[in-house]
Write a protein that binds this ligand. Structure first.
Ligand code: TMP
Length: 224
């Protein structure tokens, strides 16, 4: 079996020479991007070679797709077109960055991944889960994150943080009800995958949130 097949089979999870795949999720304004440099430093201090990346994005084509997806002038983009653009970017990201890095033993810290698709396109845009499952099956095979941190904040808190950042992107312009659905879907997803997903209460001050992240990462490093 070639290396590539082992990664897509999810076999890297059992192989110590492979890197680990950590994803950060949460609604807008949950603070995940603020914590990303901290998580990188934490893992590097533990001796890991770390690749920090994001979705949509992470490759030149993926970043172009991201720009289009976030552009408020495409406000009538069909949900299915949005979904397929996200997966087009994801294929590039998996093939060019994620799989090769894991094979080299590097640890990926990715700002959003497929969980975001289930909650934003699935629950947010009402796309049937089976359609997303089919795309996941096609482009990821059995590859899943090893650890997912879900930064949870009440929607009004997240949105008030976003409103302080300036011009809102196409997603940030959605109404509060949309984000309530997204937040609830993240919490349900965490309940469905208790082994992989860890919910972090991110409404606390940053220092407290960091300590919570510390505890989770320490336990994960211990078990990896
Ligand atoms: P960001 O705000 O975390 O940078 O992410 C950009 C937006 O992309 C965010 O509003 C959520 C959205 N998104 C999806 O709708 N589906 C996805 O699969 C991903 C990865 C992101």
């Amino acid at each position: 079996m070639g290396n590539d097949a082992r990664v897509t089979d999810g076999m890297h999870q059992a192989d110590k020479s492979y890197g680990r795949f950590i994803t950060l999720e949460g609604i807008e304004g949950s603070g995940k991007s603020t914590l990303l440099p901290y998580i990188r430093t934490f893992l590097e201090t533990a001796g890991k070679s770390v690749v920090v990346t994001r979705e949509p994005g992470g490759t030149p084509l993926g970043e172009e797709i991201r720009r289009l997806l976030l552009d408020p002038s495409y406000d009538s983009l069909a949900p299915s077109a949005e979904l397929l653009m996200i997966f087009a970017a994801r294929v590039e990201h998996l093939e060019q960055v994620i799989k090769p890095s894991l094979r080299q033993g590097r640890w990926i810290v990715c700002d959003r991944f497929t969980d975001a698709t289930y909650v934003y396109q699935g629950e947010g845009r009402n796309i049937a889960k089976a359609r997303i499952d089919a795309l996941v099956d096609w482009v990821q095979g059995a590859l899943r994150p090893d650890l997912t941190l879900i930064f949870d904040v009440p929607v009004p808190m997240g949105l008030s943080r976003v409103s302080q950042r300036g011009e809102k992107d196409r997603f940030e312009r959605e109404e509060q009800r949309f984000f309530e659905r997204v937040r609830n879907a993240y919490l349900m997803l965490a309940a469905e995958h208790p082994g992989r997903c860890q919910v972090v209460d991110a409404s606390a001050p940053l220092d407290v949130v960091r300590l919570r992240v510390d505890t989770i990462l320490r336990a994960f490093l211990h078990d990896s």
